[in-house]
Design a protein around this ligand. Structure first.
Ligand code: PMT
Length: 427
């Protein structure tokens, strides 16, 4: 998701840089817009360095200039269309008044009129300006239009006075943005160890056995969990995806390496999600030189790879001294099936010792390998199953993470209304 951070002229402008960082930590893409007065307090260079993007400071290329081209003339429209949220922090009384009255005399105020996305406004000003009836009336207008106002804190103000008017804390403003974007932080405190992608098992120096996993499912989990406040360790087989910002990637190639990496990080994990398509078999004796083409056929002897999921589940009980009912470290596995899906998924639930198995029929269109959507059924150790309709892998991940939270806190229900409505499909 992409957020435009608008900065107006006030002493608190420097805090907008911290806000940019905070939003980025949660995987949001940020672009910055500075009003002319903001540049009296902080330079565009700071924001360019933080965002890695051009910072918008002017409606036109230079004062009085005609726009350099059509793109720059309508850039506010382009920005309005590509962002998911506009946050203005700090917002001066002057900018608030302009927004309330629909005055569009610079890039930021024009963008406000041009965009339809949620708007978050964090005012900062002198206490008398804050309490003035004009300011309060303007804020009321903005509120009535749906803007989220993050009220300023009380305290010593830059002008020497004491009272309300200090820019709210970065966390409070970021929370306002997360709220309007529907980003939750209900996984804060969890460390999720997630596996993704295929493994490659060498036959000889030029050939290997692998499968069709693209990593999309596991990476969707990593992104969703990170956005919801979890620390994420992503153990990934070879894929062409970039690790989502903020997650800790661990790259591996073989089942053996994945096993080692998972074991190495297991103690840190409060939950494990095994979305990787780990090879079940590997060549028993990988050849050191390229196997030459002969006259006849070739037989490869394969041996079983370590069952990482079963190992992880076993270790949970050993490490914690817990019983099968122990919920300390939650274990979520997948089942990629082509037939008898429910039967095989239930068998895996028991055989592997997982709390939850996410089963997908990989022969179904829109499900399984290398597509952006999945169609899954969740099988619970505690009994019961939930069949989900076709949805994006990101939504599947969020739905499973909801279940993870429910297993963690059985008495509370963390489900969103959307997810609760899906429970109608629970058998
Ligand atoms: O990566 P994508 O292109 O997005 O595709 C997604 C997916 C199809 C790979 C994913 O949805 C999926 O089903 N992942 C599990 C694939 C798999 O290996 O399933 P399985 O039924 O063979 O294994 C069952 C479970 O045991 C899995 O959690 C697997 O990670 C784990 N396993 C398997 C073998 C092994 N040696 N060790 C394991 O831990």
């Amino acid at each position: 998701m992409r957020v435009a951070v608008g900065v107006t002229g006030g002493v608190a402008a420097y805090k907008a840089a911290e806000l940019v960082r905070r939003l980025q930590q949660d995987g949001l893409e940020v672009e910055a817009i500075l009003t002319r007065h903001a540049q009296e307090f902080i330079t565009p260079l700071t924001f360019a360095a933080l965002t890695g993007r051009k910072v918008i400071t002017e409606m036109f290329s230079a004062e009085g200039d005609a726009p350099a081209n059509v793109e720059s003339a309508i850039e506010h429209i382009a920005v309005a269309q590509r962002i998911d949220c506009l946050v203005i922090a700090p917002a001066t009384a002057n900018t608030i008044a302009k927004l309330a009255q629909g005055i569009a005399d610079d890039f930021l105020t024009t963008l406000y009129l041009a965009t339809t996305v949620p708007v978050v406004i964090a005012p900062a000003m002198n206490v008398n300006m804050w309490e003035h009836a004009a300011t309060q009336a303007n804020l009321e207008i903005l509120r009535s239009r749906g803007a989220r106002i993050v009220a300023p804190d009380e305290g010593y103000l830059a002008c020497g006075m004491v009272g309300a008017g200090r820019l709210a804390g970065v966390e409070a403003i970021a929370q306002g943005v997360f709220d309007v974007l529907g980003v939750r932080h209900d996984l804060a405190g969890e460390t999720l160890l997630i596996t993704a992608g295929p493994t490659c098992e060498d036959v000889d120096p030029v050939r290997f056995l692998t499968n069709r996993s693209s990593g999309k499912m596991g990476y969707a989990f990593a992104e969703a969990a990170h956005r919801r406040g979890a620390r994420v360790i992503l153990v990934s087989g070879p894929v062409s995806l970039a690790a989502p910002g903020g997650v800790e990637p661990v790259r591996v190639r073989t089942a053996e390496e994945m096993h080692r990496a998972v074991k190495e990080h297991l103690r840190e994990a409060t939950a494990v999600i095994m979305a990787a398509a780990v090879a079940d078999f590997r060549p028993a004796v990988p050849q050191q030189t390229k196997i030459k083409r002969g006259a006849g056929s070739l037989s490869l002897e394969l041996e079983a790879t370590p069952d990482i999921l079963a190992d992880v589940a076993r270790e949970r009980f050993v490490a914690t001294g817990g019983t099968a009912e122990h919920r300390g470290r939650l274990i979520i596995g997948f089942a990629a099936e082509t037939d008898h899906v429910a039967e095989r998924a239930r068998a895996k639930l028991t055989a592997k010792g997982a709390d939850l198995i996410v089963a997908n029929d990989v022969t179904q269109e829109g499900a399984g390998f290398d597509v952006d959507t999945n169609i899954v059924t969740l099988f619970f150790r505690e009994g019961g199953e939930v069949r989900l309709p076709q949805m994006s892998k990101f939504d599947v991940a969020n739905r499973v993470l909801d279940e993870l939270l429910r297993l963690r806190h059985p008495s509370s229900s963390p489900r969103s209304e959307f997810h609760a409505s899906l429970d109608a499909t629970r058998k």
